[in-house]
Design a binder for this molecule. Structure first.
Ligand SMILES: Cc1cc2nc3c(=O)[nH]c(=O)nc-3n(C[C@H](O)[C@H](O)[C@H](O)COP(=O)(O)OP(=O)(O)OC[C@H]3O[C@@H](n4cnc5c(N)ncnc54)[C@H](O)[C@@H]3O)c2cc1C
Length: 221
């Protein structure tokens, strides 16, 4: 079953990420970290279902998504760039493999931060954020979504890794075993989300540190 909802606000968070707020369908239930089937309610687009993750919390009045757009390609995310307040979106089934299991290190690449934005915000509200850490891989500083929000939530437990820019105070290159190892302080779980090539690469780094699959919670975007 799907619900028709309206855009309440739409703005750029970074040069290529849109933040879209919609009214919440009655009875919609999800847990932080979950995604939903999403389509544009417009002729020709209403069957083009894509997955996006709630960055809002279940108890919030509205639902919110952070969506990385691909303008070079005539897909759903490019079409969303022309959407305005009042335009309609279809919201379908809720699903997703990522849920909080216990204290750990969250590792995201690009738009893979969205489930962690919801989980970390939820942990903060419940006073359970404690020693959870977040390693965020991006190309440049300009690509870091919700930078101020993550800095406020996590302080020194927010570690940025930049592949295409050398900046003081930031790790440079890809997420290596060395970068992860520096952050481990008895952490039980490793949460991974991002594009499949990044997930494979980080998965190999975790394996080289002797971390077994039971302690890895992951989802490819
Ligand atoms: C469970 C889950 C949750 C997700 N949550 C989020 C989220 O919260 N936020 C988010 O931003 N993304 C999220 N994603 C990823 C998101 O679903 C995709 O980025 C989105 O479907 C892309 O839709 P599209 O129609 O624009 O591109 P599609 O047509 O679906 O293309 C998909 C990918 O192929 C590439 N591609 C295909 N053809 C071309 C072409 N001709 N030129 C250039 N590139 C091309 C694009 O880079 C794009 O990444 C999630 C994915 C999953 C599986």
């Amino acid at each position: 079953m799907s619900h028709i909802v309206k855009i309440k606000s739409i703005k750029h968070l970074t040069h290529d990420i849109l933040q879209i707020e919609l009214n919440k369908p009655k009875g919609l239930q999800f847990h932080p970290g979950q995604a939903v089937d999403f389509a544009i309610n417009e002729p020709g687009w209403e069957k083009e279902w894509r997955s996006f993750t709630f960055t809002s919390l279940p108890e919030d009045e509205n639902i919110e998504f952070n969506i990385k757009t691909y303008p070079s390609h005539n897909g759903v995310t490019n079409r969303l760039l022309s959407k305005r307040i009042g335009d309609e979106i279809l919201i379908g089934d809720v699903y997703g493999d990522i849920a909080y299991k216990g204290e750990g290190i969250f590792i995201a690449g690009g738009a893979g931060y969205t489930p962690f934005a919801a989980i970390l915000k939820d942990l903060h509200q419940k006073g359970l954020l404690k020693n959870n850490k977040f390693i965020f891989a991006n190309k440049t500083v300009a690509d870091i979504a919700l930078k101020n929000e993550f800095e406020q939530l996590l302080d020194k437990n927010f570690i940025n890794v930049l592949s295409d820019e050398k900046v003081e105070g930031y790790e440079h290159g890809f997420v290596t075993a060395e970068i992860i190892k520096k952050q481990i302080e008895g952490h039980q779980y490793f949460y991974l989300c991002g594009p499949p090539p990044m997930m494979d690469a980080v998965g190999k780094q975790l394996a080289s540190l002797g971390i077994n699959d039971e302690h890895i919670v992951k989802e490819g975007f």
